[in-house]
Design a protein around this ligand. Sequence first.
Ligand code: ZN
Length: 67
Amino acid sequence: MNDLRSRVPGCIEHERLEFDLLELRTRGQYLQRLRGLTRQEQAEWDRRERAALARLVDHEMEHGCGR
Ligand SMILES: [Zn+2]
């Protein structure tokens, strides 16, 4: 899992994590518009989004590929 080549331009793992985050956001917003979310569902989406962001930030710090 840990492929520690330093400063890979266009890090694929970084892109993947960024895509995950974007997808989560988009899906949450879509559901919100489609039928609305309960307070509980909204909290769940919020939690997932923050977790995805944390994974991205962790990866940047470990890998040094942050922009
Ligand atoms: Zn990376």
